[in-house]
Ligand binder design. Structure first.
Ligand code: NAG
Ligand code: NAG
Ligand code: NAG
Length: 437
Protein backbone atom coordinates (compact mmCIF):
# COMPACT_ATOMS: atom_id res chain seq x y z
CA UNK A 1 0.00 0.00 0.00
CA UNK A 2 2.67 2.45 1.08
CA UNK A 3 4.90 1.37 -1.79
CA UNK A 4 2.23 1.94 -4.34
CA UNK A 5 1.48 5.35 -2.86
CA UNK A 6 5.15 6.21 -3.16
CA UNK A 7 5.40 5.16 -6.74
CA UNK A 8 2.29 7.16 -7.55
CA UNK A 9 3.86 10.18 -5.89
CA UNK A 10 7.03 9.53 -7.85
CA UNK A 11 5.29 9.41 -11.14
CA UNK A 12 3.24 12.45 -10.15
CA UNK A 13 6.44 14.34 -9.41
CA UNK A 14 7.88 13.16 -12.70
CA UNK A 15 4.74 14.26 -14.49
CA UNK A 16 4.95 17.63 -12.74
CA UNK A 17 8.56 18.15 -13.72
CA UNK A 18 7.87 17.17 -17.33
CA UNK A 19 5.00 19.64 -17.33
CA UNK A 20 7.28 22.28 -15.86
CA UNK A 21 9.95 21.67 -18.49
CA UNK A 22 7.28 21.82 -21.19
CA UNK A 23 5.91 25.05 -19.77
CA UNK A 24 9.39 26.51 -19.64
CA UNK A 25 9.96 25.48 -23.25
CA UNK A 26 6.72 27.10 -24.31
CA UNK A 27 7.63 30.23 -22.40
CA UNK A 28 11.08 30.15 -23.87
CA UNK A 29 9.95 29.74 -27.45
CA UNK A 30 7.37 32.48 -27.03
CA UNK A 31 9.92 34.99 -25.78
CA UNK A 32 11.40 37.24 -28.37
CA UNK A 33 11.37 40.37 -30.43
CA UNK A 34 8.05 41.91 -31.45
CA UNK A 35 9.00 45.02 -33.38
CA UNK A 36 10.64 48.41 -33.80
CA UNK A 37 9.86 51.86 -35.13
CA UNK A 38 12.68 54.38 -35.47
CA UNK A 39 12.60 58.05 -36.31
CA UNK A 40 14.92 61.02 -36.30
CA UNK A 41 14.46 64.79 -36.37
CA UNK A 42 17.08 67.39 -37.23
CA UNK A 43 16.93 70.57 -35.15
CA UNK A 44 18.70 73.74 -34.10
CA UNK A 45 20.66 74.39 -37.29
CA UNK A 46 23.19 77.16 -36.72
CA UNK A 47 25.68 77.63 -39.51
CA UNK A 48 27.17 74.22 -40.09
CA UNK A 49 26.16 72.73 -36.74
CA UNK A 50 22.89 71.03 -35.88
CA UNK A 51 21.52 68.26 -33.71
CA UNK A 52 19.64 65.08 -34.51
CA UNK A 53 17.24 63.55 -32.02
CA UNK A 54 16.81 59.83 -32.61
CA UNK A 55 14.00 57.77 -31.13
CA UNK A 56 14.12 53.99 -31.05
CA UNK A 57 10.84 52.37 -30.06
CA UNK A 58 11.71 48.75 -29.33
CA UNK A 59 9.49 45.91 -28.22
CA UNK A 60 9.96 42.38 -26.95
CA UNK A 61 7.60 40.03 -25.11
CA UNK A 62 8.96 41.38 -21.82
CA UNK A 63 10.62 44.59 -20.63
CA UNK A 64 13.58 42.56 -19.30
CA UNK A 65 14.44 41.28 -22.77
CA UNK A 66 14.75 44.87 -24.04
CA UNK A 67 16.89 45.84 -21.06
CA UNK A 68 19.25 42.92 -21.65
CA UNK A 69 19.78 44.07 -25.23
CA UNK A 70 19.66 47.87 -25.12
CA UNK A 71 20.76 50.17 -22.34
CA UNK A 72 18.84 53.07 -20.86
CA UNK A 73 15.39 52.60 -22.40
CA UNK A 74 12.23 54.03 -20.85
CA UNK A 75 8.88 52.29 -20.84
CA UNK A 76 6.02 53.54 -23.01
CA UNK A 77 3.35 50.87 -22.49
CA UNK A 78 3.00 47.17 -21.83
CA UNK A 79 0.44 44.46 -22.57
CA UNK A 80 1.17 41.99 -19.81
CA UNK A 81 2.55 38.68 -21.11
CA UNK A 82 2.38 39.84 -24.73
CA UNK A 83 4.73 42.77 -25.19
CA UNK A 84 6.62 45.60 -23.60
CA UNK A 85 7.33 48.76 -25.59
CA UNK A 86 10.24 50.98 -24.55
CA UNK A 87 12.04 53.94 -26.07
CA UNK A 88 15.68 54.83 -26.27
CA UNK A 89 16.28 58.47 -27.15
CA UNK A 90 19.53 60.14 -27.99
CA UNK A 91 20.56 63.55 -29.16
CA UNK A 92 23.66 63.84 -31.28
CA UNK A 93 25.14 67.27 -31.76
CA UNK A 94 28.17 66.45 -33.83
CA UNK A 95 26.57 65.33 -37.10
CA UNK A 96 27.77 66.96 -40.29
CA UNK A 97 25.88 67.51 -43.56
CA UNK A 98 26.34 63.94 -44.70
CA UNK A 99 24.50 60.74 -45.52
CA UNK A 100 24.59 57.94 -42.92
CA UNK A 101 23.03 54.63 -42.19
CA UNK A 102 22.97 52.17 -39.28
CA UNK A 103 21.72 48.66 -38.87
CA UNK A 104 21.07 46.32 -35.97
CA UNK A 105 20.59 42.58 -35.47
CA UNK A 106 21.47 39.77 -33.05
CA UNK A 107 18.11 39.00 -31.45
CA UNK A 108 15.27 36.63 -32.42
CA UNK A 109 11.65 37.28 -33.38
CA UNK A 110 8.82 35.48 -31.58
CA UNK A 111 7.58 32.43 -33.49
CA UNK A 112 5.78 33.42 -36.65
CA UNK A 113 4.14 31.80 -39.66
CA UNK A 114 6.34 33.54 -42.22
CA UNK A 115 9.45 32.03 -40.57
CA UNK A 116 11.29 35.24 -39.84
CA UNK A 117 13.82 34.37 -37.21
CA UNK A 118 16.68 36.85 -36.84
CA UNK A 119 15.86 40.45 -36.02
CA UNK A 120 17.37 42.87 -38.49
CA UNK A 121 16.55 46.48 -39.30
CA UNK A 122 18.21 49.50 -40.78
CA UNK A 123 17.75 53.25 -40.85
CA UNK A 124 19.06 55.84 -43.29
CA UNK A 125 19.75 59.46 -42.34
CA UNK A 126 19.83 62.04 -45.14
CA UNK A 127 21.64 64.84 -43.37
CA UNK A 128 22.97 66.82 -46.32
CA UNK A 129 21.50 70.33 -46.33
CA UNK A 130 18.25 70.54 -48.30
CA UNK A 131 17.92 73.58 -50.56
CA UNK A 132 14.17 73.94 -49.86
CA UNK A 133 14.27 74.03 -46.05
CA UNK A 134 17.90 74.96 -45.47
CA UNK A 135 18.52 72.13 -43.04
CA UNK A 136 18.88 68.35 -43.13
CA UNK A 137 15.93 66.08 -43.68
CA UNK A 138 13.87 64.62 -40.81
CA UNK A 139 12.45 61.13 -41.15
CA UNK A 140 8.75 60.43 -41.63
CA UNK A 141 6.80 59.77 -38.44
CA UNK A 142 4.62 56.82 -37.60
CA UNK A 143 3.80 54.51 -34.71
CA UNK A 144 2.28 51.07 -34.38
CA UNK A 145 1.49 48.70 -31.54
CA UNK A 146 3.86 45.73 -31.23
CA UNK A 147 0.93 43.31 -31.66
CA UNK A 148 -2.02 44.08 -33.96
CA UNK A 149 -4.75 41.44 -33.98
CA UNK A 150 -7.82 40.64 -36.03
CA UNK A 151 -10.21 37.64 -36.07
CA UNK A 152 -9.67 35.43 -39.14
CA UNK A 153 -13.20 36.03 -40.46
CA UNK A 154 -13.06 39.85 -40.33
CA UNK A 155 -11.83 42.44 -42.83
CA UNK A 156 -9.32 44.91 -41.41
CA UNK A 157 -7.34 47.87 -42.77
CA UNK A 158 -4.34 49.17 -40.89
CA UNK A 159 -3.85 52.68 -42.16
CA UNK A 160 -0.39 53.51 -40.95
CA UNK A 161 0.08 57.11 -39.98
CA UNK A 162 2.36 58.70 -42.59
CA UNK A 163 3.28 62.10 -41.29
CA UNK A 164 6.33 63.90 -42.56
CA UNK A 165 7.62 66.91 -40.59
CA UNK A 166 9.08 68.44 -43.78
CA UNK A 167 5.91 67.88 -45.81
CA UNK A 168 7.49 65.19 -47.99
CA UNK A 169 5.71 62.40 -49.80
CA UNK A 170 5.81 59.14 -47.79
CA UNK A 171 5.70 55.58 -49.08
CA UNK A 172 5.92 52.12 -47.57
CA UNK A 173 7.15 48.81 -48.92
CA UNK A 174 8.02 45.45 -47.46
CA UNK A 175 11.68 45.09 -46.57
CA UNK A 176 13.18 43.05 -49.37
CA UNK A 177 16.93 43.07 -49.23
CA UNK A 178 18.86 41.16 -46.55
CA UNK A 179 22.22 42.34 -47.88
CA UNK A 180 21.39 45.98 -47.12
CA UNK A 181 20.04 44.94 -43.70
CA UNK A 182 16.34 45.64 -44.27
CA UNK A 183 15.49 42.21 -42.86
CA UNK A 184 17.25 38.87 -42.44
CA UNK A 185 14.49 36.67 -43.82
CA UNK A 186 12.38 38.93 -45.99
CA UNK A 187 9.22 36.83 -46.48
CA UNK A 188 6.23 39.17 -46.27
CA UNK A 189 3.08 37.89 -44.50
CA UNK A 190 0.85 36.22 -47.09
CA UNK A 191 -2.32 37.46 -45.36
CA UNK A 192 -1.60 41.19 -45.72
CA UNK A 193 -1.57 43.33 -48.81
CA UNK A 194 0.27 46.63 -48.71
CA UNK A 195 -0.38 49.74 -50.75
CA UNK A 196 2.44 52.23 -51.34
CA UNK A 197 0.44 54.75 -49.27
CA UNK A 198 1.07 52.53 -46.22
CA UNK A 199 -2.31 50.88 -45.85
CA UNK A 200 -2.12 47.21 -44.90
CA UNK A 201 -5.26 45.25 -45.59
CA UNK A 202 -6.38 41.90 -44.35
CA UNK A 203 -9.28 40.01 -45.95
CA UNK A 204 -11.34 37.32 -44.21
CA UNK A 205 -9.60 33.99 -44.51
CA UNK A 206 -9.85 30.39 -43.29
CA UNK A 207 -8.93 29.35 -39.76
CA UNK A 208 -5.84 27.59 -41.13
CA UNK A 209 -4.16 31.02 -41.34
CA UNK A 210 -4.67 31.77 -37.64
CA UNK A 211 -1.16 32.52 -36.41
CA UNK A 212 1.32 35.33 -35.76
CA UNK A 213 3.11 37.02 -38.67
CA UNK A 214 6.24 39.18 -38.63
CA UNK A 215 5.72 42.44 -40.53
CA UNK A 216 8.91 44.18 -41.70
CA UNK A 217 8.17 47.42 -43.53
CA UNK A 218 10.43 50.20 -44.73
CA UNK A 219 8.98 53.73 -44.71
CA UNK A 220 10.67 56.33 -46.93
CA UNK A 221 10.22 60.03 -47.67
CA UNK A 222 10.63 61.67 -51.08
CA UNK A 223 10.88 65.39 -51.92
CA UNK A 224 7.81 66.77 -53.73
CA UNK A 225 10.00 68.51 -56.30
CA UNK A 226 13.63 68.32 -57.34
CA UNK A 227 15.84 69.84 -54.66
CA UNK A 228 19.55 70.22 -54.08
CA UNK A 229 21.36 68.37 -51.30
CA UNK A 230 24.59 70.06 -50.25
CA UNK A 231 27.31 67.93 -48.68
CA UNK A 232 29.49 69.51 -45.97
CA UNK A 233 32.37 69.44 -48.46
CA UNK A 234 30.40 71.79 -50.74
CA UNK A 235 29.36 69.31 -53.44
CA UNK A 236 25.76 69.65 -54.65
CA UNK A 237 23.53 66.72 -55.59
CA UNK A 238 20.29 67.18 -57.49
CA UNK A 239 17.59 65.05 -55.82
CA UNK A 240 14.45 64.13 -57.71
CA UNK A 241 11.04 63.17 -56.28
CA UNK A 242 11.73 59.55 -57.20
CA UNK A 243 14.70 59.25 -54.84
CA UNK A 244 14.16 58.47 -51.18
CA UNK A 245 15.84 60.50 -48.45
CA UNK A 246 15.36 58.91 -45.00
CA UNK A 247 14.35 55.30 -44.40
CA UNK A 248 12.92 53.96 -41.17
CA UNK A 249 11.95 50.42 -40.18
CA UNK A 250 8.35 49.75 -39.12
CA UNK A 251 8.25 46.24 -37.69
CA UNK A 252 5.52 44.57 -35.63
CA UNK A 253 3.56 41.34 -35.16
CA UNK A 254 0.25 40.85 -36.94
CA UNK A 255 -1.85 38.15 -35.32
CA UNK A 256 -4.77 36.39 -36.98
CA UNK A 257 -7.04 35.21 -34.13
CA UNK A 258 -9.86 32.63 -34.11
CA UNK A 259 -13.03 33.81 -35.85
CA UNK A 260 -15.29 36.26 -34.00
CA UNK A 261 -19.07 35.69 -33.73
CA UNK A 262 -19.50 39.08 -35.47
CA UNK A 263 -17.19 41.52 -37.24
CA UNK A 264 -19.36 44.59 -36.70
CA UNK A 265 -17.40 47.26 -34.84
CA UNK A 266 -19.11 47.98 -31.52
CA UNK A 267 -20.22 44.38 -30.90
CA UNK A 268 -17.20 42.13 -30.15
CA UNK A 269 -14.61 44.41 -31.76
CA UNK A 270 -14.57 47.72 -29.87
CA UNK A 271 -15.34 50.89 -31.79
CA UNK A 272 -14.31 54.43 -31.02
CA UNK A 273 -16.89 57.08 -30.23
CA UNK A 274 -16.58 60.86 -29.86
CA UNK A 275 -14.64 62.61 -28.40
CA UNK A 276 -11.92 60.22 -29.63
CA UNK A 277 -9.88 62.25 -32.14
CA UNK A 278 -10.02 61.22 -35.78
CA UNK A 279 -7.18 59.21 -37.33
CA UNK A 280 -4.52 61.67 -38.50
CA UNK A 281 -5.68 64.59 -36.31
CA UNK A 282 -2.97 67.10 -35.43
CA UNK A 283 -2.50 69.04 -32.21
CA UNK A 284 -0.13 71.91 -31.55
CA UNK A 285 1.22 72.61 -28.08
CA UNK A 286 4.26 74.18 -26.49
CA UNK A 287 6.67 72.61 -24.04
CA UNK A 288 5.38 72.62 -20.45
CA UNK A 289 1.78 72.62 -21.66
CA UNK A 290 -0.30 69.53 -21.09
CA UNK A 291 -2.29 67.78 -23.74
CA UNK A 292 -5.10 65.51 -22.72
CA UNK A 293 -6.55 63.17 -25.32
CA UNK A 294 -9.93 61.80 -24.36
CA UNK A 295 -10.80 58.44 -25.85
CA UNK A 296 -14.05 56.57 -25.67
CA UNK A 297 -14.72 53.07 -26.97
CA UNK A 298 -17.70 50.76 -26.76
CA UNK A 299 -18.43 47.07 -27.33
CA UNK A 300 -21.82 45.58 -26.55
CA UNK A 301 -20.85 41.88 -26.64
CA UNK A 302 -17.42 42.05 -24.99
CA UNK A 303 -15.82 43.89 -22.08
CA UNK A 304 -13.36 46.64 -22.88
CA UNK A 305 -10.37 45.96 -20.68
CA UNK A 306 -7.68 48.34 -21.76
CA UNK A 307 -6.30 50.98 -24.03
CA UNK A 308 -2.92 50.14 -25.53
CA UNK A 309 -0.78 52.89 -27.01
CA UNK A 310 2.51 53.87 -28.54
CA UNK A 311 3.59 57.45 -27.96
CA UNK A 312 6.06 59.57 -26.04
CA UNK A 313 7.65 58.27 -22.85
CA UNK A 314 6.05 60.07 -19.88
CA UNK A 315 2.63 59.88 -21.50
CA UNK A 316 0.21 58.83 -18.78
CA UNK A 317 -2.68 56.55 -19.53
CA UNK A 318 -5.70 56.58 -17.27
CA UNK A 319 -9.13 55.07 -17.31
CA UNK A 320 -12.26 56.38 -15.68
CA UNK A 321 -14.53 53.38 -16.12
CA UNK A 322 -15.00 50.86 -18.89
CA UNK A 323 -14.38 52.37 -22.28
CA UNK A 324 -13.33 55.85 -21.05
CA UNK A 325 -9.64 56.61 -21.28
CA UNK A 326 -7.30 59.58 -21.25
CA UNK A 327 -3.76 59.97 -22.47
CA UNK A 328 -2.04 62.92 -20.85
CA UNK A 329 1.37 64.32 -21.68
CA UNK A 330 3.47 67.36 -20.90
CA UNK A 331 6.39 67.72 -23.31
CA UNK A 332 9.60 69.12 -21.87
CA UNK A 333 12.85 70.52 -23.21
CA UNK A 334 14.82 68.17 -20.97
CA UNK A 335 13.36 65.21 -22.86
CA UNK A 336 14.19 66.90 -26.21
CA UNK A 337 10.48 67.05 -27.03
CA UNK A 338 10.52 70.61 -28.40
CA UNK A 339 10.41 71.51 -32.11
CA UNK A 340 9.35 68.04 -33.03
CA UNK A 341 6.22 66.14 -34.04
CA UNK A 342 5.26 63.15 -31.95
CA UNK A 343 3.05 60.33 -33.25
CA UNK A 344 0.60 58.68 -30.85
CA UNK A 345 -1.31 55.54 -31.85
CA UNK A 346 -3.76 53.52 -29.81
CA UNK A 347 -6.25 50.65 -29.90
CA UNK A 348 -8.99 49.66 -27.47
CA UNK A 349 -8.87 46.03 -26.43
CA UNK A 350 -11.78 43.90 -25.19
CA UNK A 351 -12.32 40.32 -24.04
CA UNK A 352 -15.27 37.94 -24.25
CA UNK A 353 -14.87 34.43 -22.78
CA UNK A 354 -11.18 33.83 -23.50
CA UNK A 355 -11.01 35.75 -26.78
CA UNK A 356 -9.30 39.10 -27.21
CA UNK A 357 -10.63 41.72 -29.63
CA UNK A 358 -8.97 44.89 -30.83
CA UNK A 359 -10.51 48.02 -32.29
CA UNK A 360 -9.08 49.65 -35.39
CA UNK A 361 -5.82 51.60 -34.96
CA UNK A 362 -6.11 55.36 -34.41
CA UNK A 363 -3.16 57.73 -34.62
CA UNK A 364 -2.70 61.43 -34.03
CA UNK A 365 0.27 63.80 -34.23
CA UNK A 366 1.24 66.25 -31.50
CA UNK A 367 3.52 69.02 -32.76
CA UNK A 368 5.50 70.65 -30.01
CA UNK A 369 6.86 74.18 -30.44
CA UNK A 370 9.16 75.81 -27.92
CA UNK A 371 7.58 79.21 -27.40
CA UNK A 372 6.66 79.58 -23.75
CA UNK A 373 3.00 79.99 -22.93
CA UNK A 374 2.37 83.71 -22.51
CA UNK A 375 0.41 84.24 -19.33
CA UNK A 376 -2.47 86.71 -19.41
CA UNK A 377 -2.43 89.50 -16.74
CA UNK A 378 -4.53 87.39 -14.37
CA UNK A 379 -3.90 83.79 -15.38
CA UNK A 380 -7.13 81.83 -15.30
CA UNK A 381 -7.08 78.54 -13.38
CA UNK A 382 -5.73 75.64 -15.39
CA UNK A 383 -8.63 73.36 -16.02
CA UNK A 384 -8.91 70.73 -18.67
CA UNK A 385 -11.13 73.10 -20.63
CA UNK A 386 -8.26 75.58 -20.76
CA UNK A 387 -5.93 72.90 -21.96
CA UNK A 388 -8.39 72.42 -24.76
CA UNK A 389 -8.31 76.09 -25.61
CA UNK A 390 -4.53 76.07 -25.80
CA UNK A 391 -4.63 73.54 -28.62
CA UNK A 392 -4.20 74.66 -32.18
CA UNK A 393 -5.64 72.97 -35.21
CA UNK A 394 -3.88 72.46 -38.50
CA UNK A 395 -5.35 72.09 -41.95
CA UNK A 396 -4.10 71.95 -45.49
CA UNK A 397 -6.80 74.38 -46.68
CA UNK A 398 -5.58 77.83 -47.63
CA UNK A 399 -6.67 80.56 -45.25
CA UNK A 400 -7.70 82.99 -47.97
CA UNK A 401 -10.14 80.82 -49.90
CA UNK A 402 -11.54 78.60 -47.18
CA UNK A 403 -12.32 80.92 -44.28
CA UNK A 404 -15.78 79.43 -43.75
CA UNK A 405 -14.60 75.85 -43.92
CA UNK A 406 -11.75 76.52 -41.48
CA UNK A 407 -14.06 78.35 -39.06
CA UNK A 408 -16.40 75.38 -39.17
CA UNK A 409 -13.55 72.90 -38.63
CA UNK A 410 -12.35 74.88 -35.59
CA UNK A 411 -15.88 75.11 -34.22
CA UNK A 412 -16.48 71.37 -34.69
CA UNK A 413 -13.21 70.55 -32.96
CA UNK A 414 -13.97 72.84 -30.01
CA UNK A 415 -17.43 71.33 -29.59
CA UNK A 416 -15.99 67.85 -29.84
CA UNK A 417 -13.62 68.83 -27.02
CA UNK A 418 -16.39 69.98 -24.72
CA UNK A 419 -17.41 73.57 -25.56
CA UNK A 420 -21.15 74.30 -25.90
CA UNK A 421 -22.62 73.79 -29.40
CA UNK A 422 -23.82 77.41 -29.70
CA UNK A 423 -20.33 78.98 -29.67
CA UNK A 424 -19.43 81.41 -32.44
CA UNK A 425 -16.02 81.09 -34.03
CA UNK A 426 -14.48 83.88 -36.08
CA UNK A 427 -11.18 83.76 -37.91
CA UNK A 428 -9.62 87.23 -37.84
CA UNK A 429 -7.41 88.64 -40.57
CA UNK A 430 -4.30 88.40 -38.38
CA UNK A 431 -4.80 84.63 -38.20
CA UNK A 432 -6.10 84.59 -34.62
CA UNK A 433 -9.40 83.04 -33.67
CA UNK A 434 -12.19 84.68 -31.69
CA UNK A 435 -14.57 82.40 -29.82
CA UNK A 436 -17.61 83.60 -27.91
CA UNK A 437 -20.99 82.34 -26.85
C1 NAG B 1 25.00 74.42 -54.09
O1 NAG B 1 23.63 74.68 -53.83
C2 NAG B 1 23.43 75.77 -52.94
C3 NAG B 1 21.94 75.79 -52.60
O2 NAG B 1 21.12 75.66 -53.70
C4 NAG B 1 23.93 77.05 -53.60
O3 NAG B 1 23.73 78.14 -52.76
C5 NAG B 1 25.41 76.87 -53.90
O4 NAG B 1 25.90 77.99 -54.62
C6 NAG B 1 25.68 75.61 -54.72
N1 NAG B 1 27.12 75.38 -54.74
C7 NAG B 1 27.73 75.00 -55.86
C8 NAG B 1 29.22 74.74 -55.74
O5 NAG B 1 27.18 74.89 -56.96
C1 NAG C 1 -6.91 58.29 -12.94
O1 NAG C 1 -8.32 58.38 -12.84
C2 NAG C 1 -8.80 58.12 -11.53
C3 NAG C 1 -10.32 58.05 -11.60
O2 NAG C 1 -10.85 59.00 -12.47
C4 NAG C 1 -8.27 59.23 -10.59
O3 NAG C 1 -8.72 59.00 -9.28
C5 NAG C 1 -6.74 59.20 -10.63
O4 NAG C 1 -6.22 60.27 -9.86
C6 NAG C 1 -6.24 59.34 -12.06
N1 NAG C 1 -4.80 59.15 -12.07
C7 NAG C 1 -3.98 59.97 -12.76
C8 NAG C 1 -2.54 59.61 -12.70
O5 NAG C 1 -4.37 60.92 -13.38
C1 NAG D 1 9.44 74.66 -18.66
O1 NAG D 1 9.50 74.28 -17.31
C2 NAG D 1 10.82 74.14 -16.82
C3 NAG D 1 10.75 73.56 -15.40
O2 NAG D 1 9.74 74.14 -14.67
C4 NAG D 1 11.51 75.50 -16.87
O3 NAG D 1 12.85 75.39 -16.39
C5 NAG D 1 11.53 75.98 -18.31
O4 NAG D 1 12.07 77.29 -18.39
C6 NAG D 1 10.13 75.98 -18.91
N1 NAG D 1 10.28 76.25 -20.33
C7 NAG D 1 9.43 77.01 -21.02
C8 NAG D 1 9.76 77.21 -22.47
O5 NAG D 1 8.46 77.54 -20.52
Amino acid sequence: MIRSLFSRTDSFIMFLSVLLVMMMMVRWTEAGYTGTVLSHTSKDVQGSSFTVVRRFKLSFTSCGEIESWWCCTKKIDESSGEWCLKEYTDKITSWSFEYYWNWWDSRTWINNRNSVSALRFKTTYELRKRSDINRPNSSPQTAILPLMRVPSNCQRNINLLTFDPDGDHVECRHGSNPSIYECSTCTAPSVLSLSSSCCLSFSPTSSSYEDSYAVQLVMEDFPRQTIILTHYGGTNYSWSPSSFMSQIPVQFVFKVDPAAPSCTAGEYLPRFLPPTPEHGAQFFINVNETIEINIRAEATQSVITELLFSGPINMIKNSSGSGYFTLRWTPSVSQNDDNESHPICFVAQATASSSIYQSELRCVIVRVGNTPFIATPSPPPKTSRLTVLELKISTTLSLKDNKDKIEKAIKDELIRRGLPPDIKVRLLSDGSVKVNN
